[in-house]
Design a protein. Structure first.
Length: 318
């Protein structure tokens, strides 16, 4: 068996060895693969591992020896799932490895908006505190999370972890999910429509998958329903947001701020409107990337491959 990794650098930039996977078969690892090299590098592979390198229907048609695809992520929209299924190629993903990491990152973004720690530190290093007439200073009001309402779109594993953390901060939690099932044990909590979540919440955080129905769902019309003091957080998929509409809402003060870890195009183009929008906090798709989460991903990926080799494929999405 030959395993080919098309874009392994993000998972292992040097601190997360491939040993669990390398123990299973012969392995070739590429840090990154340009589009024109996808087929040549995958041609003799029995198993291909990919994170963000796309495997289209046309590409799969040129890989007759391919037997399995293992996605180094939870999302698998970079794979033509139907084409893989029609060719009898199982596609496995890693469904739960970064739940805690993403939830913690969400709150790091929220807390920056409410307490401005990084901004205040920059000002101190620039000399502002040294010039202050008082023992303390701040640029904008500092606010508590307790008593605020957080709205969560998508109550899967990550959404529920965010809800649990929010409750620990003393926040009211409302949520929307296509599958309304057992509510969290804590209170206050309420299921709401998407429109009600956006209209009522001080903070809206998005944790739903990107599908044909959800692509661009956060647009001008929905943003207009939010409180002018509210902030939007997106650590799910950049395509959920109409970025031009969000930038316009920020620049016109329709909402108070936005914090995103994902963009429609990554890395972003220099003309992405969110790069210059007011009160726009952007991190480079790193919510998933703690060392603990990446080690879990490596372990689960090895388990996916071993299960396939044993004739008992797991975490198959097609």
């Amino acid at each position: 068996m030959n395993i080919v990794v098309l874009d392994g650098y993000a998972l292992n930039p040097g601190d997360n060895p491939w040993d669990p996977v390398e123990a299973l078969a012969d392995m070739t690892i590429h840090d990154r693969t340009p589009p024109e090299q996808i087929v040549p590098r995958s041609l003799k592979a029995d198993i291909v591992l990919t994170n963000k390198t796309p495997l289209t229907a046309d590409t799969l048609a040129q890989l007759p020896d391919l037997k399995m695809i293992s996605v180094l992520a939870t999302g698998y929209n970079i794979i033509d799932i139907e084409s893989a299924r029609s060719r009898g190629i199982p596609v496995s993903n890693v469904p739960e490895y970064s739940t805690g990491s993403v939830a913690e990152h969400v709150f790091s973004l929220i807390l920056e908006f409410y307490h401005h720690s990084a901004r205040l530190s920059q000002l101190v290093h620039a000399g502002t505190w040294q010039q202050s007439e008082d023992f303390c200073f701040w640029e904008t009001p500092l606010m508590e999370l307790a008593g605020r309402k957080i709205g969560i779109i998508g109550m899967g594993r990550i959404g529920r972890r965010v809800a649990k953390l929010a409750n620990a901060f003393g926040m009211d939690v409302v949520a929307h999910d296509l599958c309304i099932d057992t509510p969290p044990e804590f209170k206050p909590f309420a299921w709401k429509t998407v429109e009600a979540v956006f209209a009522e919440s001080d903070i809206v955080t998005v944790h739903c998958p990107q599908t044909a129905e959800t692509t661009g769902m956060i647009n001008r019309a929905l943003l207009k329903t939010m409180k002018p003091t509210a902030i939007l957080v997106n650590a799910a998929r950049g395509g959920l947001v109409n970025e031009a509409d969000l930038a316009d809402a920020l620049n016109r003060g329709v909402i108070a701020g936005a914090a995103v870890d994902v963009l429609r195009e990554e890395p972003p183009r220099s003309d992405n409107p969110l790069l210059t929008a007011r009160n726009s906090l952007i991190t480079p798709h790193v919510a998933w990337a703690t060392i603990e989460a990446r080690r879990r991903m490596m372990k689960i990926t090895a388990g996916n491959i071993k299960a396939f080799l044993d004739g008992n494929a797991q975490n198959v999405v097609n």
